[in-house]
Design a binder for this molecule. Structure first.
Ligand code: GDP
Length: 590
């Protein structure tokens, strides 16, 4: 009788620490195995189910993983950018996947070495995460995925940048677990699949058996009535590679791939490391827009004023357009693989967004979660805007959407509501942590606050406001926004005096006398010293005298003595005027 292995249920995303605990292995061995596969994760970082599954397989433990049914929404959902009608054609982005040792690396290298523009002798020494080749005078972008391609960052973001997945299968070995995994991944991401039947030069290569095995995975090849192309290649001899590239271009034509180029540039960080003498270096794949040296970009909690752009052959370029992988120098800190980047207007916006991302990342326990819509919203925002940070929780999605929409409608050129986070359900510990670290107010609509959370909120001085009526919520936020409006400054003219004599002048005080020519003078008051139409400075009236006696007020036509204090020396002359006024700050409301 066959022995059943243990089945362990885990969530879609699990921290390294928790996984090690469930597997009953030391956390260090798990981290080590992840590193071997190119994933640098600390104990508190989360990995996805597929990553966990691969690692468990590699560890050869007598357990298998199963997905735990979960009601929790899966990570940040990112949507493909919709191209406008001004969009232009762009090269396809192709990822290569497959079972270990089936020849992914060899195939990528073979394509690169035979098609990249002339390069000095010595061939490829450096391994890079993406490159572009020219075939039939058209560009194709290849994306190499570190370790195993199913890793979280590529899954979350990269899949949406990938147009075509080439599944490499060694024709002498056939379909294997990671082949199936790759097929599943490509299907889920909704990308086109091309199969490269590799190692066709080898004795045991059997493409018909391979096609049969593919059909068992519901991947029906073209000649059997399906829509899957199979290219017979040898990464070793180079045979079949031009045909594979032809197929890629054929699929590209059918897909009509387009991107806008005159929008703020955005894309994905596909590699980042510190290079000696050059500082942090990031490889980025442009998704839309155009990158140039001098552009400010934000990626997660790092930002850069782009110093240099180079293509993946190390050649400096002036611009990087959609589907182009480029290296960027100028980052202050190292961005992370899988971070989305966006171009912003200036350094202030860049810093602001990077800081906001850092706060969110911290709140999310090291897991970055700034959504792209949030980034885009922030780019388009004038930097002088005063923002009110809020966290919104509501009972159902419908009411959440109406609350958010109503609050967004309150935005003006001066003040705006920034939704730091929002969600459906009760206000929990995480919301309060995030509110505390991002200085946000928590707004609950038709949701409750548990006693323990209430205590936590009081302890952390987090404001939580609960509502059952949407108009009350909006009114309160409106009032709150009003307090952020700069008060209106109103000056009221009081009276005017012409100088007839100067009695004493120091650097900071003047005693003089004159005649009130208009209105009345009072003390205290502010005043401007005027010579003809020019202001010599603003002063503060400190005393008034009618004859020898102190006075509170003197009126038009009267003579008086006057003392004022000044911040800078004013060389007063007879005939100068002093104009008295009061200044009030008046609060405004929306
Ligand atoms: P990866 O793990 O999928 O990246 O596989 P590699 O590219 O490292 O290749 C694994 C092994 O297969 C290496 O020893 C390669 O030299 C060999 N290999 C790859 N492609 C071919 C091929 O087309 N023909 C032959 N004969 N060997 C190949």
């Amino acid at each position: 009788m066959q022995e059943m292995s243990n089945v362990i249920e885990i969530e879609d995303m699990i921290t390294v620490g928790t996984l090690a605990e469930r597997l009953m292995i030391p956390v260090s061995s798990l981290i080590g195995e992840l590193m071997k596969n190119g994933v640098m994760a600390t104990v508190n970082e989360r990995i996805d189910f597929d990553t966990a599954q691969i690692i468990v397989e590699e560890l050869k433990l007598d357990v298998s993983l199963a997905r735990q049914a979960t009601t929790e929404a899966a990570g940040p959902v990112r949507h493909k950018i919709v191209a406008s009608d001004k969009a232009v054609s762009r090269p396809p982005v192709v990822a290569v996947m497959g079972h270990v040792d089936h020849g992914k690396t060899s195939l990528l290298d073979a394509i690169r070495s035979s098609n990249v523009a002339a390069r000095e002798a010595g061939g490829i020494t450096q391994h890079i995460s993406a490159y572009q080749v020219k075939h039939n005078n058209r560009l194709i972008t290849f994306l190499d995925t570190p370790g195993h391609e199913a890793f979280a960052a590529i899954r979350e973001h990269g899949a949406l940048l990938t147009d075509i997945v080439i599944i490499v299968v060694a024709a002498d070995d056939g379909v294997k677990p990671q082949t199936i995994e790759a097929i599943r991944f490509a299907r889920k991401a909704g990308v086109k699949i091309i199969v490269a039947a590799n190692k066709m030069d080898k004795e045991g290569a059997d493409v018909n058996r391979l096609k049969q095995e593919l059909s068992e995975q519901d991947l029906l090849v073209e000649e059997w009535g399906g829509d899957t192309f199979v290219a017979e290649v040898s990464a070793k001899t180079g045979k079949g590679i031009p045909e594979l590239l032809d197929m890629i271009l054929l699929v590209t034509d059918v897909e009509e791939l387009k991107a806008d180029i005159d929008v703020p540039a955005r894309g994905l960080i596909i590699e980042a490391h510190v290079e000696q003498g050059r500082g942090p270096m990031a490889y980025a794949l442009v998704e839309a827009g155009t990158l140039k040296p001098g552009t400010f970009v934000v990626a997660g909690s790092s930002y850069a004023k782009i110093r240099n752009l180079e293509n993946t052959e190390g050649v400096p370029v002036k611009i990087a357009t959609p589907s182009m992988p480029v290296s960027i120098t100028g980052f202050k800190t190292l961005p992370e693989f899988g971070d989305e980047f966006v171009a912003v207007a200036n350094e202030r916006a860049a810093r602001h967004m990077a800081e906001a991302a850092a706060v969110e990342k911290q709140a999310a326990g090291g897991h970055s979660s700034v959504g792209s819509s949030e980034l885009i919203r922030m780019i388009n925002r004038n930097n002088e805007v005063q923002e009110l940070n809020v966290i919104i929780k509501a009972d159902v999605q419908g009411s959440l959407t109406s609350v958010i929409d109503s609050l967004k409608a309150l935005d003006t050129e001066e003040v705006a509501v920034r939704v730091v986070s929002s969600g459906v359900g009760a206000i929990g510990e995480n919301d309060l942590h995030l509110a505390h670290s991002s200085n946000a107010i928590v707004l609950g609509f038709n949701v409750s606050l548990a006693t323990s959370s209430r205590q936590q909120a009081a302890r952390d001085k987090v404001r939580v406001q609960l509502y059952k009526v949407i108009y009350e919520l909006i009114d309160d936020v409106k009032n709150e926004l009003s307090t952020l409006l700069k008060p209106e400054i109103v000056e009221t003219e009081l009276g005017r005096l012409v100088i007839r004599g100067i009695f004493n002048t120091t650097k900071t005080a003047v005693i003089c006398g004159g005649e009130v020519t208009k209105g009345k003078l009072t003390v205290p008051a502010l005043a401007r010293v005027m010579r003809d139409k020019e202001s010599l400075g603003e002063v503060e009236i400190t005393g008034l005298k009618r004859g020898p006696a102190e006075a509170k007020e003197v009126f038009e036509g009267e003579m008086c003595g006057l003392s004022f204090s000044t911040k800078h020396r004013i060389d007063l002359q007879e005939g100068d005027h002093i104009e008295l006024f009061t200044r009030q700050a008046i609060e405004r409301s929306l």
